[in-house]
Design a binder for this molecule. Sequence first.
Ligand code: NAD
Length: 340
Amino acid sequence: MSTTKTVQIGVIGVGSIGKVHAQNLARRVPNATLAAIADANRAAADSVASQTGVKQVYTDYKEMLRNKDIEAVVVATPTFLKLEVVKAAAEAGKHIFCEKPMALTLKECDEFIHTSERAGIKFQVGYQRRFDPSYMRLKQSLDAGQVGKMLLLRSNTRDPPQKVSGWADPKVSGGIFLDTSSHDYDVIRWLSGSEAQSVMADGMTTAYPELKQLGDVDTTMTIIRLANGALAHVDACRVSVYGYDVRAEVVGTEGAAFMDIGRGSDAHLLKKDWESNEFSYWYQQRFDEAYRGELEGFAAAVLSDSKPKVTARDGRGAVEIGLAARLSMEQRRAVSLPLA
Ligand SMILES: NC(=O)c1ccc[n+]([C@@H]2O[C@H](COP(=O)([O-])OP(=O)(O)OC[C@H]3O[C@@H](n4cnc5c(N)ncnc54)[C@H](O)[C@@H]3O)[C@@H](O)[C@H]2O)c1
C-alpha cells in the first residue's frame, strides 16, 4: 500500500466545471484524493457520485465542512454565492481552490483576501491557463527575454454558441467581462508581469437579444495600457460557431511569441460543424491537462506549505480589470486603475 500523503479534497458545486474537478481529483491528480462532494441539487450530486465512486455526498456544504478529514475544498458554485461559501470554508480551516472569477466586486475580493490570510489557509484561483503546457511555453520564452521588451500583447476567448440561461445574468456571473474575459486579463497580467494602468472597452450584442435584456453583451474588445509600457488587447465573443477559440500573442523589440489554434499551418479557415483533431469545440477538452495540473499545483502548495501559483490577489487583479472594462463600455471613456 502506498504511504504517500495526498490532500483530502471536497468539491462544492458539481455543475459543469465542478464535475470536471471531481473527476480529475478522483483519478488523475496524484497528490490529492476526492474525499467528498456537495451540491444543493441532489440529482447533480448523485450523478457525480456514481461517476466518481465518492462515498461522502452532501446537499448542504456546511455539513461537509464539519468533516475533519477534509483538508481543502474546491468552490465551484455560481459566482454570486462564492463569498458565503469561502467564508464558511476558511472559518472551518479548509484550504480553498476557488473557481474564477472569485467575486463580483472588489469589496468582496478584499474580503476573500483578508478572510484567507486571517485563517492562514492556502487560496488558489482557478485560472487554469497558467497550467496549460502551451501557455507555459509562451511564458518561458518571455521570461528568457526572447522577444525583448514587450510592446503588444493579445489574448482572446471565443465561446461556441450556448443557450442563454442562468449563467448569463451578470448579477449571477459578473457578465462577459468577469465571467469570460477575466481569464484573458489574468493571462495578460501573468505574461507581462505588469499591472493595468488604464482600460478602454466596448461591446455589442450580436446574437443574443436575451443578453441585452439582462444587461450584458456577447462581443467585446478591451484595450489595456500596462505599467511596463506595453499595450494589450483582449477580445471575447459568445458566437464562435467553429468551436472554442483561445489564443495569445506577445510582440516585442526582438521578436514575437504566440499560441495559436491548430497545428502546422499559418492560415486557417474554421467553419461550423467541421471536425478537426487539431481544434477543440469546448473548453473542457481544450484545457483538460490544465484543469488537472492546477489541482495538482494546489495540492502541492498545501503539502509543501508554499504559495499557490494563482493567488487571491491575482484573482482580485483580474476582477478589477473586468470591472473597469464594464465601466469604460458603459461610460464610453478610458478608466484609470486602481479603481477607487
Ligand atoms: N475555469 C474555467 O474554465 C471555468 C469553466 C466553467 C465555469 N467556471 C466557473 O465556475 C463557476 C461555476 O460554473 P458552472 O458553469 O460549473 O456552473 P453550474 O451552474 O453548471 O454549476 C454550479 C453548481 O453549483 C451548485 N450550487 C448552487 N448553489 C449551491 C450551494 N449553495 N451549495 C452547493 N452547491 C450549490 C448548483 O446546483 C450547480 O450544480 C462559475 O464561477 C464559473 O465562472 C470556470
